[in-house]
Design a protein around this ligand. Structure first.
Ligand SMILES: Cc1cc2nc3c(=O)[nH]c(=O)nc-3n(C[C@H](O)[C@H](O)[C@H](O)COP(=O)(O)O)c2cc1C
Length: 171
């Protein structure tokens, strides 16, 4: 479960925790990863990884995270909506998966997002994440979780929390 909000205990994080709790309840091995705690630099488009078998020239926390992504069967991506897009933290991580080459195929994805202005404000952000999944042959989006919430904690009591838990339980 990859949590990309810079805001600790924020709305998308709460939805993600519910997903993780549901998946744990179902007996899966689950890890919650907070991008805000990692040091991941943006892709510099040198394309070295495309020629050397997937080794990035940048030595930061992405290597370990990429290994975890490659080894996962199911990945939940979560982000707040920022100007109708994903967070910068998630975008940086996605670009750095270029070094994963064909090793990230055949995975199941769940997409989680929150926005202040309701579901219609989340579609372009969902599309951003779907665009990433589209680049991974055999991978597919199994569920999308929308949480309408603005200030920290506004998500409490939102039915999206139960939806997230159930998706986790059934993934
Ligand atoms: C920089 C920034 C840009 C935002 N842009 C939008 C937006 O375009 N549409 C919207 O509905 N909410 C927008 N919001 C509100 C957040 O999406 C909302 O507060 C969300 O619940 C934050 O999730 P989090 O608590 O997980 O960080 C923005 C918030 C910030 C800080």
């Amino acid at each position: 479960v990859i949590i990309s909000s810079p805001r600790k205990n924020g709305n998308s994080e709460m939805l993600s925790s519910q997903f993780a709790d549901g998946a744990r309840k179902a007996g899966h091995h689950v890890e919650e990863i907070f991008l805000r705690e990692l040091n991941i630099s943006p892709c510099i488009a040198c394309e070295a990884c495309l020629k050397n078998g997937g080794i990035c020239v940048q030595k930061d926390d992405m290597k370990e995270l990429l290994d975890k992504i490659i080894n996962a069967d199911v990945i939940a991506l979560s982000t707040p909506v920022y100007y109708y897009s994903i967070s910068a933290q998630l975008k940086i991580m996605i670009d750095r998966t270029l070094a994963g080459g064909g090793k990230m195929n055949n995975k199941e994805f769940y997409l989680i997002t929150t926005a202040a202005d309701g579901k219609h404000a989340m579609e372009t952000t969902m599309e951003d994440m779907q665009g990433f999944v589209k680049c991974l042959p055999g991978s597919e989006v199994k569920g999308k979780i929308y949480g309408s919430a603005f200030h920290i904690g506004d998500i409490k009591g939102n039915p999206a929390l139960d939806i997230a838990y159930k998706y986790g339980e059934n993934c």
